[in-house]
Design a protein around this ligand. Structure first.
Ligand SMILES: Nc1ncnc2c1ncn2[C@@H]1O[C@H](COP(=O)(O)OP(=O)(O)O)[C@@H](O)[C@H]1O
Ligand SMILES: [Mg+2]
Length: 162
């Protein structure tokens, strides 16, 4: 489970990283994001929505808990657990989102995922942090059946097209 460190020099790079993931991630994947307020979790997911071809504006679900978007390549389920305790999160049975039984399989992207007690068996972990005026991201494929080649991401990020 190699960790891929990336420097994101500006907002556009944060969104481009999301866009690259949105273009490549198959339905059923879960993206767990951690990082302090303002490190770019929502910004990255806005790019992810763009990569999925979602045209609706992606807004922070801090107060709504979950926003769903169904007009892209696959559905996007965007969750923000900031206002919840781990116990409250546990009672929501978020597993239904990644099991894809009660909802159509899509990409599940979760901000403040450190509040999750029960995680999927495999997921993409993204840790964001402040780095002076920029941000640092660390990507890690956790679990066995990751179908995304993370080694390709740095060159895709630094090329001129996504
Ligand atoms: N790589 C970056 N470098 C500098 N500023 C960034 C970068 N990525 C995002 N930002 C800015 O940081 C803020 C991040 O906000 P947001 O995405 O809402 O963060 P979070 O969801 O983690 O609280 C926004 O003002 C955005 O413009
Ligand atoms: Mg946010």
């Amino acid at each position: 489970m190699a960790k891929i460190p990336l420097i994101l020099s500006n907002l556009e790079m944060t969104q481009k990283l999301g866009e690259i993931l949105g273009q490549r991630l198959p339905a059923g994947n879960v993206v767990l994001l951690e990082g302090d307020l303002g490190t770019g979790k929502t910004s990255l997911i806005q790019g992810l929505g763009k990569g999925l071809g979602i045209s609706d504006a992606i807004v922070s679900p801090t107060f709504t808990l979950i926003n769903e978007y169904h007009d892209g390549r696959v559905p996007l389920y965007h969750l923000d657990l900031y206002r919840l305790t781990p116990h409250q999160v546990d009672e929501l049975y978020l597993e239904t989102y990644w099991q894809g039984i009660e909802v159509p399989p899509g990409i599940v992207a979760i901000e403040w995922s450190e509040r999750l007690l029960h995680r999927p068996s495999s997921y993409l972990f993204i840790k964001l942090s402040h780095q002076e005026e920029s941000r640092q991201a660390t990507l890690q494929a956790v679990g066995s059946d990751q179908d995304l080649d993370l080694e390709q991401i740095p060159s895709a990020l630094n090329s001129t097209s996504a």
